[in-house]
Design a binder for this molecule. Structure first.
Ligand code: GLC
Length: 650
């Protein structure tokens, strides 16, 4: 949009920029900058407009963008054009993600290259490598405490080995997802070190206070993220003689986005990794970006403005690069990270679907889909050109982040229901064979989350220990049932490393001083490649899970209705154990799929009359596209096996 004030500011900026950029071909940069500048100006103005150095800082931002554009390789610029043409390419059902810790999965980046064929065998074509940047040896929160945003941790590789990996992945048409930890740095980062040494310029990169008076006011409303290991939100730094805001661990210093220099640094870092070949950038802990006294310091309006600004800047330099929002927040808040009051994404194109994840675990524990059905309805519609990352497990804990009102609607009391779920997954409940452990217990308010591997939470650890063949099959069925949802629900399924071979909890972290206090390490094992070999042995647990997932993935890729164009309809059915939805395809009405999931340990049935009334089952036989089985639509009911699912073409 053309607007006089911002345009005259842009003219001034371009005059200043010209001498430096004279010999460069900036045609496409200028076109995109022109298209986005009104928005960039506006957002920058809302955030920093009252500062005397506002225009100077805006100049530095644009110069940063121009330099990043010049540094972008031709091959990546070409990819940007391709993706501009097929602007909703990532909504296609072909994408299947997989998340790894590089060191635990493959030792280092070179090792990771060796294992790309394993991922391809499964059908994965989007790889999220969790932080691989320089970080302190012990206090690093699994890499989420970065000490140098431009250097790869020497233990896993360097820019050259990453480049080799990128080349290999591009040849295999695999997407690379890298993290940028935008909310905080390690206390060993050069900015923090300078701040500790008393440099006021870098102290202004963080939230630093001389005494407790302001921190105490913040504490009145800020929740604790790691109440057991890092209570409170501030840490006294003796070297600096000041308090610093540390929402996560005491060694993770929160960045101060009220300072535009911080925003510009982060935009530069995002573009640095975009230019290293990342197709998608995962922005960590985005809900926390803006701190406001008297609030929870999460989901603040300004956090959204910062993300919009980051997106607008990225579109100017690398429009083919997508953002993932890691915002594990309430259902009504999470969709705002796609952007509000817009048609298309204007913040992040992709967001973690933590609500679906937690609801699925609820269904496993209760053996019914009551809360799942209510909870899904509470997630507001998302914008066009946005999609979910649907997952069952990841490197973090499971928070019971569903809405209290939905719990009531499902017929439970919120407090006792949450206590039941916690007891269930930590194996305390008499009916439970889950083997999770509590994480983040807050004795002040009774909150707690759950850690544990998918297989252990689904009962496999216990079943194997007791040698109960029936229980082993039930836990395998649970693992597959959960995957059947993330494969078909709408969005990109994200498989967590180890889950495709049923890896169990790994308690070895307890022997490591740097990890033993953080229970999440129980589900961050070293990949057991010997076990992975068992996937080739017909009948083994690994074979059963891996081959079924592989098949599901291959089928997902063929079913056009699984592309994510907000083309899902949840079906109310008369059996609470069943979760039923249809996926349809605007182009071809016959390509509709009806998904039936049974969370109960007994077979459950569904009235065919009801389905016919809703326009399904118009023929005598319907086909389950997973097994190829033909199912009669003429009988009164369709029976879904215990912990089973169907993808019916109807
Ligand atoms: C994100 C990461 C988590 C980390 C936290 C702080 O939530 O997923 O592992 O502890 O950010 O960086």
């Amino acid at each position: 949009m053309y607007e006089q004030i911002s345009h005259s500011v842009l003219n001034d900026i371009l005059v200043r920029l010209e001498p430096e950029m004279k010999s460069k071909d900036l045609k496409h940069f200028y076109i995109r900058l022109g298209a986005n500048f009104y928005a960039i100006y506006n957002l920058f103005q809302q955030l920093y407009g009252s500062r005397p150095d506002f225009k100077d800082k805006l100049y530095v931002l644009v110069k940063t963008l121009a330099q990043a554009y010049v540094a972008r390789r031709d091959a990546l610029k070409h990819l940007d054009f391709e993706r501009e043409k097929v602007h909703d390419w990532f909504l296609h059902q072909r994408w299947v993600g997989y998340a790894v810790y590089c060191k635990e999965f493959a030792g280092n980046l070179e090792g990771l290259q060796q294992h790309l064929s394993y991922l391809q065998e499964l059908g994965v074509n989007m790889l999220h490598i969790m932080p691989i940047l320089a970080c302190p040896p012990a206090e690093n929160d699994g890499g989420y405490a970065v000490s140098n945003f431009r250097k790869i941790d020497a233990k896993v590789g360097n820019l050259k080995t990453l480049d080799a990996l990128v080349t290999n992945m591009k040849a295999r048409e695999m997407l690379l997802v890298l993290d940028v930890v935008v909310n905080h740095t390690s206390d060993q980062h050069a900015w923090a070190v300078a701040a500790k040494q008393g440099d006021p310029y870098y102290q202004d990169y963080y939230h630093v206070f001389d005494d407790r008076s302001i921190p105490d006011v913040y504490e009145e409303t800020m929740p604790e993220i790691f109440p057991e290991t890092a209570p409170g939100n501030f840490t006294w730094d003796a070297a600096m003689g000041k308090w610093v805001m540390t929402v996560f661990n005491h060694y993770q210093w929160d960045l101060n986005y009220k300072n535009p220099a911080v925003l510009i640094e982060m935009v530069d870092i995002i573009l640095f990794w975009a230019n290293k070949g990342a197709d998608i950038i995962r922005l960590d802990a985005v809900a926390f970006l803006w701190k406001k006294m008297g609030s929870q310091c999460q989901n603040e309006r300004e956090a959204h403005l910062i993300l919009q600004l980051m997106k607008d800047c990225c579109q100017v330099v690398a429009p083919g690069v997508l953002f993932i929002a890691e915002a594990i927040v309430a259902p009504v808040e999470v969709t705002k990270y796609f952007g509000e009051d817009a048609i298309n994404a204007k913040e992040c194109e992709i967001a973690y679907n933590a609500t679906l994840m937690a609801l699925l675990w609820d269904a496993v524990a209760t053996k019914n889909a009551k809360l799942l059905n209510h909870g899904i309805k509470s997630i507001p519609d998302k914008l066009e050109r946005t999609t979910w990352l649907n997952y069952i497990r990841c490197h973090d804990d499971i928070g019971l982040g569903f809405d209290d009102q939905d719990i009531v609607r499902a017929g439970y009391d919120p407090k006792s229901h949450r206590a039941f779920i916690l007891d269930y997954f930590t194996g305390k409940h008499p009916d439970s064979s889950a083997r999770g452990i509590p994480f983040g217990q807050n004795h002040k308010n009774g909150d707690a989350r759950i850690a544990g591997s998918l297989a252990s939470l689904a009962g496999l650890e216990h079943a194997l220990a007791t040698g109960d063949a029936y229980a082993i099959q039930s836990s395998i069925s649970t693992i597959l049932l959960l995957h059947s949802v993330i494969m078909s629900f709408g969005g990109i399924p994200l498989i967590y490393y180890g889950d495709a071979i049923g890896m169990l909890n790994d308690a070895s972290y307890l022997g490591n001083d740097a990890k033993k206090e953080d229970a999440r390490w129980i589900h961050r094992p070293s990949m057991n490649w010997d076990d992975a070999e068992q996937r080739k042995v017909v009948g083994s647990v690994q074979y059963q899970i891996f081959s079924a997932l592989k098949k599901m993935i291959a089928i997902r890729k063929e079913v056009e209705a699984f592309a994510d164009h907000n083309n899902r309809e949840l079906l109310e059915v008369d059996n609470p154990h069943l979760f039923v939805y249809s996926r349809f395809c605007a182009r071809d009405v016959k390509a509709r799929i009806l998904v039936l999931c049974n969370f109960d340990i007994q077979p459950q049935s569904l009235s065919t009359a009801l389905l016919r009334k809703k326009g399904f089952l118009q023929h005598a036989l319907v086909k389950d596209v997973v097994t190829g089985e033909m199912i009669s639509a003429m009988s009164e009911v369709i029976e879904v096996p215990a912990l089973g699912f169907y993808w019916l073409n109807t």
